[in-house]
Design a protein. Structure first.
Length: 402
């Protein structure tokens, strides 16, 4: 009934087609996050993040690496769940594999389930097997394109994840992008400036660098995600809200102001902002002087989480985006990845674009200037690339941050 071998060519000693294709790419890398997944039984890992950022390819590269240390290739099972309808289908697939591995004498497996968010109530099939101790010696990694559905399902596994981790997979940060583009690990200013100019155009999408996707694919993915939600969202309203954010950036805004521009009420704006944040395309940046106490009644800043996303959504919304905005958004996003929170501050005398624990940063696309408190790092445009290169972060996030 289910052709498991089609998705697991290593069972018959063949290389995965995605890995073969990867070998021919001009810009090729092995994502660092594959080293952060838990491979210790029992584990349930979750990969959350927007489409087209390389979750599937990263898992295929991990499988390719793991196969070298395995005597029995049937210990590794991958399945694309796109063709499945509901938890009964998924349960049947998993039971088929478990029966096969029993016949092969396998006691512990690495199970990778892709596109689970296309399966209704998919978590019920996995939780049922966990509750019946059928996966007690296994590592299960689940991922999907509709990250908001996956995010919300993580909560169902409370107390059932074992050693598992939740990883947020986003387009490449600048440090990894610089290494990919230049082929060197050490930072050199000239190379850094050139790489950053490219980063502002292509974002962290390696697939865009390799001419495998276009901006229209990013817009199309967002439209599909919005329509696939349990409470479907209208892409046209999302477009108007994103257009209002881009056209007014980097100014702090209220939901009411965005609603006036988009032609909807503030509650609708709040709902769409929440979904766009869960879909990993938008950051809400609240007001806070020191990165501790948030002032909820103050207007918020909003940042689109990758330069290519921002350019794609600007084109879709038919608005222009200023490059100085991309400087600010990129710094805010990198600090968010490092600290898992980011704020802004504004007084009568100055504004600080990014406030995180122990650090306050103001970003200038041109030459740094103005008077700021001594503790504020003021970045001129040519200082931004090296600052971004110096930011290291983990992809592992806590459930409450999803």
């Amino acid at each position: 009934m289910f052709d498991l071998e089609e998705y697991n060519p290593w069972w018959v000693h063949e290389e995965d087609p995605d890995v073969e294709e990867w070998r021919d790419l001009e810009y090729r890398y092995v994502p660092s996050w594959i080293g952060e997944l838990s491979l210790e039984p029992f584990s349930v890992n979750f990969l959350v993040g927007p489409r087209r950022v390389g979750k599937t390819l990263g898992v295929k590269l991990l499988i390719n690496k793991l196969l070298r240390g395995r005597e029995n290739p049937y210990e590794i099972f991958y399945y694309d769940c796109t063709m499945l309808d509901d938890q009964n289908d998924l349960s049947a697939v998993l039971k088929t594999y478990l029966k096969l591995r029993e016949a092969k004498g396998i006691k512990s497996s690495l199970i990778f389930l892709d596109e689970v968010t296309s399966v209704r109530n998919w978590w019920k099939a996995i939780i049922d097997l966990i509750n019946r101790k059928k996966l007690k010696n296994d590592v299960v990694t689940v991922m999907g394109s509709v990250s908001v559905n996956l995010d919300r399902a993580v909560g169902y596994f409370s107390g059932r994840r074992g050693n598992g981790k939740v990883l947020e997979i986003m387009p490449l940060g600048f440090r990894d992008y610089y290494r990919l583009l230049t082929g060197v690990d050490d930072y050199f200013e000239g190379k850094g400036q050139d790489a950053f100019e490219s980063y502002l155009k292509t974002g962290g999408y390696a697939a865009y660098l390799n001419k495998r996707i276009r901006k229209s694919d990013i817009v199309g993915a967002l439209k599909a995600d919005l329509r696939s939600l349990e409470r479907e969202k209208d892409p046209e309203i999302a477009r108007e809200i994103l257009g209002a954010i881009i056209s007014k950036a980097p100014s702090p805004l209220s939901y009411r102001e965005l609603g006036e521009d988009a032609g909807v009420n503030r509650d609708t704006v709040r709902s769409y902002i929440s979904v766009l944040s869960e879909l990993k395309v938008l950051l809400e940046i609240p007001f806070s002087q020191w990165g501790k106490e948030v002032v909820p009644k103050k207007n918020r800043k909003f940042a689109i989480r990758d330069p290519l996303m921002a350019r794609a959504f600007a084109e879709w919304s038919r608005v222009k985006i200023d490059e100085s905005v991309l400087y600010e958004w990129t710094v805010q996003e990198h600090l968010y990845r490092r600290f898992r929170k980011v704020y802004y501050f504004r007084s009568d005398n100055y504004e600080i674009d990014a406030v995180v624990p122990g650090m306050r940063v103001e970003v200038k696309s041109g030459k740094a200037g103005g008077r700021y408190p001594r503790d504020v790092i003021v970045l001129g445009g040519n200082e931004v690339p090296q600052f971004l290169y110096g930011i290291e972060y983990s992809h592992v996030i806590e459930y409450g941050e999803v």
